[in-house]
Design a binder for this molecule. Structure first.
Ligand code: NDP
Length: 329
């Protein structure tokens, strides 16, 4: 099979397109002929060494394709089924071994590309707005990187639940996309000389001085202080990523001074830890795509061999919506 291997911790140049022996599924596993691999920011953390990994390893965790072989003891899936997954190490490859407990059936009305575009990022958006801060009708909330993969999906889900969304974006083109997803205001945060001082002022100006009920912050290091200062009394900061870098150690007393604030640092795996929860969330998200109420934006596709370029684009803030790799391209 063909695969993308990270040969050491480092920049996109450590990614090699290479040939490896075909894998076979063990008990409880599926072998899937991949049609598409999803690119997620976490792939860049694992490639660069932000997350501890062994090298070399085949990169990626998300994808979709057609079941080619079924391991012993699997009865929920058969050869020929169309499946999507968020958690199968080594997904940047044309053959992927997926634990059956991680695989999800793709509804007929949903393409494998769209299923991948709402798998990891859509399930993340879902738990963020239903569990991390369960949004209520009328809430005003702030979403950073509003035109990103998670950002566009999260904004739509928040608006569908009756929230008023303010977003941040780096360019006018991204602002337009974010407003298209339902944001009432898309603030160009890269235009501020002092983000930490100026963004909360703008947010307060848009919320009658009160601040927002929640901030969904995936940018991390650069936005963390501004996020805290944008919250209303007893507001919640959902810090779910670090696209600009990880947030340094933090004094909890700041939550008291800010007005009895709540800080959470969640991850997807804890919100899909049981098969029941994974399937419930996925059924809702894939059903919304099938029903036309959740719109998917695939912002860029790359041949699998060009995975390094996909990483450069994602880390260089040059992408919108989902980035996909196509093994057959
Ligand atoms: P995005 O499509 O959102 O891409 C990242 C975006 O972050 C960029 O497009 C850019 O938007 C913004 N950004 C701001 N500062 C920087 C910077 N210095 N370098 C690069 N990008 C920057 O990616 P994803 O949707 O894949 O992921 C978004 C975030 O969510 C990531 O941090 C990821 O780790 C996290 N995540 C967390 C999960 C969890 O369960 N905790 C699960 C899934 C994702 P702009 O140009 O508008 O500023």
């Amino acid at each position: 099979m063909h695969a993308i291997v990270a040969r050491a911790a480092g920049g996109p140049e450590v990614l090699d397109y290479t040939e490896l022996p075909d894998p076979s599924p063990g008990p409880g596993q599926l072998l899937v002929r991949s049609a598409v691999a999803g690119v997620n920011f976490i792939d860049t953390y694992k490639r660069s060494g932000v997350y501890a990994m062994e090298y070399p390893h085949v990169v990626g965790s998300e994808g979709a394709g057609v079941v080619a072989e079924v391991g012993a003891g699997v009865d929920e899936f058969a050869v020929g089924d169309r499946v999507v997954w968020t958690e199968a190490p080594g997904s940047y490859a044309d053959l992927v071994v997926v634990d059956a407990g991680q695989a999800l059936h793709v509804p007929d009305a949903v393409t494998l590309e769209d299923a991948t575009a709402v798998a990891l990022q859509g399930l993340t958006a879902h738990y963020l707005c239903t569990s991390s801060y369960p949004v209520r009708p009328g809430d005003r909330v702030l979403v950073h990187a509003g035109a990103g993969g998670v950002g566009l999906l999260l904004t739509q889900m928040l608006v569908a639940r009756g929230a008023h969304v303010v977003s941040t974006v780096s360019t006018p083109e991204k602002a337009e996309l974010s407003r298209g997803a339902g944001a009432e205001h898309a603030i160009q945060y890269t235009a501020f000389a002092d983000l930490t001082a100026e963004l909360p002022e703008v947010v307060r100006g848009l919320t009658g001085g009160e601040g927002v009920a929640a901030v969904y912050d995936s940018v991390g290091k650069d936005t963390f202080d501004a996020s805290l200062a944008s919250l209303r009394r007893r507001g919640t900061l959902v810090l779910y990523g670090g696209s600009s870098g990880q947030v340094p150690p933090f004094d909890p007393q700041r939550l008291n001074a800010g007005g009895s604030l709540v800080l959470t640092r969640p991850k997807l795996a804890d919100h899909t830890a049981t098969r029941t929860e994974l399937v419930e969330r996925a059924t809702e998200v894939l059903g919304a795509v099938a029903g036309g109420t959740l719109h998917v934006r695939v912002g860029a596709t790359f041949p699998l061999a060009d995975a390094a370029d996909a990483h450069r684009a994602l880390e260089g803030r040059a992408t919108t919506g989902k980035v996909l790799l196509l093994p057959d391209a």
